[in-house]
Design a protein. Sequence first.
Lengths: 355, 355
Amino acid sequence: KTIAVLPGDGIGPEVVKAALKVLDQIAEQYQHQFEYRYADIGGIAIDLHQTPLPQRTLDTCRQSDAILLGAVGGPKWDQLPSHMRPEKGLLQLRKSLQLFANLRPVTCYESLLEASPLKPERIKGVDFVIVRELTGGIYFGEPRERRYDNDEELAIDTLTYTRKEIERIVRKGFELAQVRRKKVTSVDKANVLESSRLWREVVDEVAKEYPEVSYEHMLVDNAAMQLIRQPTYFDVMVTENMFGDILSDEASMLTGSLGMLPSASLSAIGPSLYEPIHGSAPDIAGENKANPLATISSLAMMLKYEFGLEEEAEALDEAIESVLKKGIRTADLASAGVEYHSTEAVTNEVIEQLS
Amino acid sequence: KTIAVLPGDGIGPEVVKAALKVLDQIAEQYQHQFEYRYADIGGIAIDLHQTPLPQRTLDTCRQSDAILLGAVGGPKWDQLPSHMRPEKGLLQLRKSLQLFANLRPVTCYESLLEASPLKPERIKGVDFVIVRELTGGIYFGEPRERRYDNDEELAIDTLTYTRKEIERIVRKGFELAQVRRKKVTSVDKANVLESSRLWREVVDEVAKEYPEVSYEHMLVDNAAMQLIRQPTYFDVMVTENMFGDILSDEASMLTGSLGMLPSASLSAIGPSLYEPIHGSAPDIAGENKANPLATISSLAMMLKYEFGLEEEAEALDEAIESVLKKGIRTADLASAGVEYHSTEAVTNEVIEQLS
Ligand SMILES: CC(C)[C@H](C(=O)O)[C@@H](O)C(=O)O
Ligand SMILES: CC(C)[C@H](C(=O)O)[C@@H](O)C(=O)O
């Protein structure tokens, strides 16, 4: 199996390196061969190739069986014009490979209940997946520009969704619910947005194909509230691009740290992409402090969804859980006053647990 | 002083009635005269006048010194076409009266620390204001429509902001910060949206006029997280319409219930509007169960901001706090197993505390 490896910026390279060390261990234990093909994206690609997504990177991704990404962005590139920003590389990659379905599982580990800002009794048993549309909506709609209307300076962004785009992501949500607890919450803002009203219509139609799955519509403002009020309520939450961006970062707080959440971005046409949902955290880059678990979890998703290696994926998830139980944690998860461990220490512990 | 009173739908009439009973008490105690002018908005207006915002309602508002609103909407009107929905009445009112600055204070009452899903130590001392732009952005941009492009059905919404629109709301944020803890957090999605990049530019410029106020930019996904991670961090958060809608409902969970949060929508040209941020809660309408405190708090904001009656506003806030301390609470705030009180009981208790 070939994996395109895109470390990116900030803590990206560190967590990717850590995750691949773990994957090497899996390969050895279970007799697999993974070939890594490194390529640049984001700020590093701007520095080296004057573009956030070089053609070679895109080609490498297309020719691989799966893609592992670290993170992109950092203050160094914040002042560049918008087409030359690190994030643009990621957005272009999503669009080019049609990575339309972003799966963000939110699970509360028993041993991390105390690390969350929420009361343990509220988050115990939380286990849901946010299915975020990733290649449409206001992230890509045209026009998106600055202009003057009668001497008035203004800026415009456009939110568009076609029926087909909504259909395929909603169907993903229902399919996933079918192998889970059979409950879909579709999030929109139908009392304000035209696109949400189309979204709602499509959900009602697609739902008919899945009679054994129950579903409901929820307004995004209410969803932002219910995620905190009763997070155990949710099974599969399906929503458009921007709402998914906001709600999934919010949801990460249930687990105690953004450093825990993995994601898979499934493609309509080729290889899928796996990445932690956290960013490049430039403030701690290079300090051996970043939490590698979100990236390692993302690999577990890759093993399961892309390669069908369920046993290996489970072994990995269990290893992560054991490490947490032992109290071996990076700074983002450690309680005040408690000693925390380095990226490397946590990674080695995962490997130890595996073997 | 004349107050336009728009009870609206669902629990709207109940909480408005409760709040006015409290205002009557204030009037008596402090020798003021308030004249109430009732008018219809939302679903009730559709039923009675075939439009969610009758001209007479708009006139009444324009001719009053302030506006008190309950809530609009309900399942009864959910299937109507979009120009005939209850929410449209509220949106039109905001636009017509140029209610551009929506102030949503979030304060955690000491006696409600336990009612929040968050750990008490995280929310103790929370005291910030979300300043939400209310008459621009994706709520009002054109085009907003359903259409066909080469046989593909699609829906479009448009997010626009002019420099002037951004300037006036950002300035409100800085002005407010100046009489508070002098810290502004401007929330945007500048790594994706053109409108956010203009927003950022304007913030940087306006900030120069307020050298004693410190400020920062924060991405909306991060803000959704930080609100939960360290809510005491914030003083004034200023943001565009849709982000403000989502973040303020999320923030309401810090206080234990959406039933606690008041809001003021300040006008650029005429009277301002005061309303609870909660909705019409059709499921408990007419049951004497709704929490009247958000509406009563909204009146306190009216007294202070609109009429300059600081002493009266403070008395009201203190009365609310005493009632909470005594454990007199509606169902939304009561702990499981504990007896809860009716809308009326809580209201009478506030009046008792006042006198
Ligand atoms: C980096 C940024 C463009 C991206 C997004 O908004 O999609 C990130 O926040 C994410 O969630 O993957
Ligand atoms: C009713 C709805 C249109 C409104 C909004 O989205 O602005 C409400 O959620 C609010 O926050 O006042």
